[in-house]
Design a protein. Structure first.
Length: 367
């Protein structure tokens, strides 16, 4: 699979006769800026979508008054679409308040470390066949490693704020993220064992030749279930939002942040929701493959729904559905206690993940 970085390097090499190592800077910078813009658009649309989902769950309308150029939309689903622009302007123009006794340098760096982790993870995430920033031959390992960078920013945010609630929230978040990375890694390792590759394109190609991983065996279905619940916990979403428990910790590790820095945290949270949903989609749900190839039994005439643009549509349809389920969880389940959260990980998911890994290996040897 040709990556975007390789294509840009080839283009710049044909245009400019200079040292190739110098061309690497714009070849990386351009996709980085594009990813940041994509993340900004994602958070705007996701917040609006979540408000509408919450309104539907609570039998109300949600945003419906703020329109664009005098067009409101009223009671329709897209009513109040202008609210996303109003909220964006409000956040970006708010005063950036910093406590006197806070570590100002670390408090400034924390949100940018978290958003950098999200951007670096996006580099290894494909959007369809042939559309990936950089196609690593250890793509799955890279995604897991880069998704762990954000916890450094969380700890710095809690520590630098000089606030007890922030520090408690950061400690909870660090323990939660590190713990749930184990069942996440076990679930991905199971897929790697079955298809024999860490490369993203190879995993989707295996599903194209056989069937989606979620339906490959009972153990891969269990792996998907534990993987998805674990990524919900890693993104600090309800019912696993212990680090931001409003009834206990005000706003957790984000308590002392405001304005632009707080909006960076917000953007990173919704970016991580989309990232883990895309990863779940291409690892377990066939990625950019159409739903007509679930069991690979339909004739080739159904492949008219495959291709570059159809691939983008199918991948994002699956990812958006998984994001919707996360939002659904928020208004359905009560928040867990800290001990229940850690019990679920260490005494349920991790033992089941290890057993599942052993059983799927036996399944592959037999079948």
């Amino acid at each position: 699979m040709t990556s975007i970085v390789d294509s840009l390097m080839s283009f710049f090499s044909s245009m400019f006769d200079i040292n190739p190592s110098l061309l690497l800077v714009p070849a990386i910078l351009i996709p980085g800026i594009a990813i940041f813009i994509f993340m900004a658009l994602n958070v705007m649309l996701s917040v609006y979508f979540e408000r509408k989902v919450a309104a539907f769950m609570q039998d109300r309308l949600g945003p419906m008054e703020v329109g664009i150029f005098g067009w409101k939309g009223g009671k329709k689903f897209w009513g109040g679409i202008g609210q996303i622009f109003a909220d964006t302007i409000k956040l970006l123009t708010k005063e950036d308040i910093m406590p006197d006794k806070a570590d100002k340098v670390l408090m400034f760096l924390a949100p940018f470390i978290i958003v950098t982790g999200a951007i670096l993870t996006f580099i290894g995430v494909p959007f369809t066949e042939g559309l990936i920033v950089s196609d690593f031959n250890i793509g799955i390992l890279y995604i897991v490693a880069m998704s762990s960078v954000g916890v450094i920013g969380v700890i710095l945010a809690g520590w630098s704020s000089n606030n007890k609630w922030s520090l408690y929230g950061a400690m909870r978040s660090a323990a939660q993220i590190i713990s749930y990375e184990i069942p996440i890694g076990m679930g991905l390792l199971l897929v790697v064992i079955v298809c024999g590759s860490l490369q993203v394109n190879d995993i989707v190609a295996w599903q194209a030749e056989n069937r989606w991983f979620i339906f490959h065996s009972p153990f891969t279905f269990i792996a998907f279930f534990m993987f998805y619940i674990s990524v919900v916990a890693e993104t600090n979403r309800t019912p696993f939002d212990i680090p931001e428990a409003e009834s206990e910790l005000v706003a957790g590790w984000m308590t002392e942040f405001s304005g632009f820095k707080w909006s960076i945290f917000f953007m990173s949270e919704y970016a991580n929701m989309l990232i883990v949903s895309i990863v779940a989609s291409f690892v377990f749900l066939g990625g950019w493959l159409s739903p007509f190839t679930i069991f690979n039994i339909l004739p080739n005439s159904w492949l008219i729904f495959d291709g570059f643009y159809w691939g983008i549509f199918w991948l994002f349809s699956k990812a958006i559905f998984l994001v919707f389920v996360m939002m659904w969880f928020r208004w359905t389940f009560p928040r867990l206690r800290v001990d229940q959260l850690m019990y679920t990980c260490w005494k349920v998911f991790i033992p089941f993940s290890i057993a599942n890994l052993f059983l799927v290996t036996i399944w592959e040897l037999i079948f």
